[in-house]
Design a protein around this ligand. Structure first.
Ligand SMILES: [Ca+2]
Length: 464
């Protein structure tokens, strides 16, 4: 059978399947029948945990799924078949995926959507966007829930995040589409940004047959080098004498547009090809007598050049990570500040704490554990003081209780998701330093007196 004939036959089958699937009763039966779906040849072991028709506009996300929206992002969705699947490409794998298929009006195509950050969730909003455009759509949590303790707990979890989950989801989604519509998708696409951009490149390299087309944006690739790239950017924009206040970003952006917008034939505020733009920020250097807000100081000019150029090795000049494109200026912000100083507390990454607690400014104060540090500092100061007033046995007792208490505080701060263990150790180090240094540097006069209420013990008051 020639290629053309087979295509025509397939089109006829699909046309028939579409007519049948468009009938609501049949669509519901076909959807619920997908519980019997089994792995395709070569696909990972597969278990369907849910196969259910969802009425138009009836879907609600099972948990927080993105920034608050004025209206439900799912309110205008058409009726669809929702299939939830667990895939196990490796013995310790636990890859969750969902496939959403419009009950009618299917465009004949599949769109697998990518993840952001460390993934760990099904991308319900991305599924909704694809579904609303007529696609059958699929998303995976990439094999863990979170980010949480199990994110990279096993090699299987790591490999699933790295590349297996998207591939296996694509394979299973095609199987589900075939089962629901009676025809495989005419074309399958992948669409993702950030981690999704990395997934896009990985899919193209490792599984070139999975997708007929791939949209990959802002790929978060080569993580170790990317970290240096971000620090390089942070140092240029925020910590050097050439730090660039955000008020000056429009100045730079306007100059870029003036130099390059029309290169693509349309002065529309968009650079079709930023790589063709060779704008140099030196043209914005302050001239004598110029208002500082209207120009860049020489160190600021250098900072902007560094940001465009990207990280390179200080000694060899070897490129480490690409810079930011010309035209991106309005989006510049010193993001790594939050990495370097405002370290998020562990509970931010889980889904157990309420969203309000995870997004509170206090949630970015993991570094370091002040509780643990305070406990240890107090213990050491009290021990020192008791020694000085000639109560060595009590001093040792206080030290023992204080150390146990500090350890307990440290462990509970970690258990409560308030800190990472490393933050607690830094807290101890700071606390010990304070506890030893403050009495030593300032001298300590101590007066011991019984507490006001009988049997309450001994109070210590000191003056530094
Ligand atoms: Ca343009």
């Amino acid at each position: 059978m020639s290629h053309h004939t087979s295509r025509r036959v397939r089109a006829l089958i699909m046309g028939a399947a579409l007519v049948v699937a468009a009938h609501p009763a049949h669509a519901a039966a076909a959807c619920e029948g997908l519980t019997a779906l089994t792995a395709s040849p070569g696909g990972a072991p597969l278990q369907v945990t849910l196969a259910k028709s969802v009425a138009a506009g009836a879907f609600t996300a099972p948990g927080p799924d993105g920034p608050p929206a004025a209206a439900s992002p799912y309110g205008s969705l058409p009726a669809f078949c929702r299939v939830a699947i667990t895939l196990r490409p490796g013995p310790k794998s636990d890859v969750k995926a969902e496939v959403w298929m419009p009950a009618s009006g299917w465009n004949g195509k599949l769109q697998v959507v990518g993840n952001g950050g460390f993934a760990g969730t099904i991308g319900y909003r991305a599924l909704a966007t694809a579904l609303a455009s007529g696609f059958a759509a699929a998303s995976t949590d990439t094999g863990h829930t979170g980010p949480a303790a199990n994110t990279f707990a096993t090699e299987d979890a790591t490999l699933d995040f790295a590349y297996r989950a998207i591939h296996e989801t694509a394979v299973a989604a095609k199987q589900a589409v075939d089962g629901f519509y009676g025809a495989a998708p005419k074309f399958s696409y992948f669409n993702g940004c950030s981690t999704g951009g990395r997934q896009a490149l990985t899919a193209a390299q490792r599984y070139p047959d999975d997708f007929a087309g791939i949209v990959g944006g802002a790929p978060a690739i080569y993580t170790t080098k990317q970290a240096f790239g971000q620090l390089w950017f942070y140092q240029a924009i925020a910590v050097s004498e050439g730090a660039i206040p955000k008020e000056k970003l429009p100045l730079i952006h306007d100059a870029v547009l003036a130099a390059c917008d029309a290169l693509d034939g349309a002065a529309d505020g968009v650079l079709e090809n930023p790589l063709a733009c060779k704008f140099d920020p030196g043209v914005l250097a302050c001239k004598p007598g110029a208002a500082p807000a209207s120009c860049l100081t020489p160190p600021q000019v250098e900072s902007v050049r560094k940001i465009y150029a990207g990280a390179s090795h200080a000694a060899t000049g070897e490129k480490i990570f690409p810079g930011l494109e010309r035209g991106s200026e309005l989006g510049w912000s010193p993001v790594p500040v939050s990495y370097a100083v405002g370290r998020p507390r562990p509970r931010v990454y889980g889904d157990e704490a309420p969203l309000s607690e995870r997004t509170d400014p206090n949630a970015a104060r993991s570094f370091f554990s002040g509780h643990a540090g305070n406990c240890l500092a107090t213990t050491i100061v009290a021990t020192t003081a008791l020694h000085r007033i000639g109560r060595p046995r009590l001093a040792w007792a206080v030290l023992a209780v204080g150390l146990a208490g500090s350890a307990l505080v440290g462990v509970s701060r970690v258990a409560a998701g308030g800190h990472f263990p490393s933050d607690v150790f830094v807290g101890y180090a700071v606390g010990a330093g304070v506890g030893i240094a403050v009495p030593a540097l300032h001298g300590l006069s101590v007066r011991a007196s019984p507490l006001a209420f009988p049997g309450a013990g001994l109070s210590l008051s000191g003056r530094f």
